[in-house]
Design a protein around this ligand. Structure first.
Ligand SMILES: Cc1cc2nc3c(=O)[nH]c(=O)nc-3n(C[C@H](O)[C@H](O)[C@H](O)COP(=O)(O)OP(=O)(O)OC[C@H]3O[C@@H](n4cnc5c(N)ncnc54)[C@H](O)[C@@H]3O)c2cc1C
Length: 399
């Protein structure tokens, strides 16, 4: 009874399984994950679920999997892949045969040496443990001013916690947004009363305190470390598949073994939009990879060419990013940051490469169209800066 075996039941793995059925695949599907849960969403863990504890938001209703004849194996780790035998070996001793194997093993939090007393945030258990320690009268230090660090800071602040964020680089979210957008969010947090220390290195983290370079000591009832993730590649590497910063796949998301695909946070893929090989950590990336692979397995695949996009919610503002910009891209403002929604359009070598929008859904949607239909060189900085130019019409004109 071979069929499709999927390792990892996060957003990517779960979406592969669900899409296989939507696309008419009738063979056996087994979805295996080491977390003891039905597939759930991670984004609320640093947002709504920190503010208001509750059950995790599921990727599909619990009954969906049995209804669609998808076998869920939860709380069990896949320990090895036997590529010659087309089998995976599970920690409970079982061996499962596959016709096609999908690796959706995701990523895990990067750890800081000596920070054992600090909390991380990746799973529903992490979110509950953190929430239990937030509230009025508590002091939180967040190490890392990326998306997750800032979302935790925002939610903790809303719960009345005294929050300090320490970021080693000279601005927050620097890996993914423009300097202008970093400034905007630093201002937003500062205005709310969240302290953000940029360009500061953490020397040590003990129970109850974080010591920074220059010996500044920050007292803390709880410390959260959010300094990025590392892809879970060990299973693939042990099976002899190519790995780099992720499991290396081609434009069809196939690994170096044509019977094995990789999707989501763990996959290092050639991006048709940016022209670079990259690994992304987002729901869009997980779901679009998953749909592309399921469609291919079901018999109609095309090379993967989705526009990357991402969102973050902080202190009542919604940030949405389409595309990927490298350091040094030119920033062009549309709208007024002091007055509602606005966007920052990023250009490199005369081409639009990314758009960062705050509470500007129409800009974001137009940007995704502009970036996906090859229009990136037919829009100019002058056009996007001019609020009288309709982005929707521009996108439609070049479709
Ligand atoms: C707190 C938080 C907030 C986020 N907010 C946003 C957001 O606002 N917007 C956005 O776009 N993205 C957000 N993300 C990122 C997004 O959630 C991830 O990019 C996405 O969930 C990745 O899905 P995945 O299925 O590839 O990997 P994962 O979700 O990591 O799932 C992989 C699963 O595979 C399991 N696994 C690994 N190895 C094995 C093995 N050998 N055997 C069995 N199981 C295994 C892992 O334990 C895990 O359960 C957020 C992430 C976090 C943690």
């Amino acid at each position: 009874m071979a069929g499709v075996v999927i390792v990892g039941n996060g957003m990517a793995g779960a979406t592969v399984a669900a899409t296989l059925r939507t696309k008419g695949y009738e063979g056996p599907i087994v979805l295996i994950g080491d977390e003891p849960h039905v597939p759930y969403q991670r984004p609320p863990l640093s947002k709504a679920q920190l503010l208001q504890d509750g059950d995790p938001q599921l990727v599909r209703p619990e009954a969906f999997w049995a209804d669609k004849d998808i076998e869920l194996v939860a709380g069990v780790r896949v320990e090895a892949i036997d590529r010659a035998a087309h089998e995976v070996r599970l920690a409970d001793g079982r061996a499962l045969a596959y016709e096609h194997l999908v690796l959706a093993t995701g990523a895990r939090n990067r750890e800081l040496p000596g920070a054992e007393s600090a909390l991380g945030l990746r799973t529903v258990e992490d979110s509950r443990a953190l929430r239990a320690r937030l509230g009025a009268g508590r002091r939180l230090v967040v190490v890392g001013g990326g998306f997750i660090g800032l979302e935790v800071a925002a939610a903790a602040h809303t719960l009345g916690t005294d929050v300090t964020v320490v970021e080693a680089l000279d601005r927050v979210m620097s890996r993914v947004v423009s300097p202008e957008m970093s400034d905007f969010f630093e201002g937003l947090h500062a205005e709310a009363g969240v302290k953000i220390l940029t360009g500061r290195r953490v020397e040590s983290i003990e129970e109850g305190a974080v010591t920074l370079d220059g010996d500044q000591r920050l007292e803390a009832d709880v410390v959260v470390v959010g300094v990025g993730v590392v892809p879970n590649v060990e299973l693939a590497a042990a099976a002899g598949l190519d790995v780099a910063d992720g499991i290396v796949v081609d434009e069809r998301l196939l690994t170096s073994d044509p019977a094995i695909s990789a999707v989501g946070d763990c996959a290092h893929y050639p991006c048709a939009i940016t022209g670079r090989s990259q690994r992304l950590e987002s729901i869009q990336n997980a779901t679009d990879h998953a749909r592309a692979v399921a469609t291919r397995i079901a018999g109609e695949g095309e090379p993967y060419a989705a526009v990357p996009w991402f969102w973050s919610d902080q202190l009542g503002r919604k940030l949405q990013i389409a595309g990927v910009a490298a350091d040094g891209a030119e920033s062009v403002l549309r709208g007024d940051p002091g007055d509602g929604g606005f966007s920052i359009f990023r250009f490199a070598d005369g081409a639009l490469v990314a758009v960062e929008s705050v509470d500007a859904m129409a800009d974001h949607l137009a940007a995704r169209k502009l970036l996906s239909n090859g229009a990136s060189t037919s829009v100019t900085p002058q056009q996007v800066a001019d609020p009288s130019v309709s982005l929707k019409e521009l996108a439609a004109a070049v479709a």
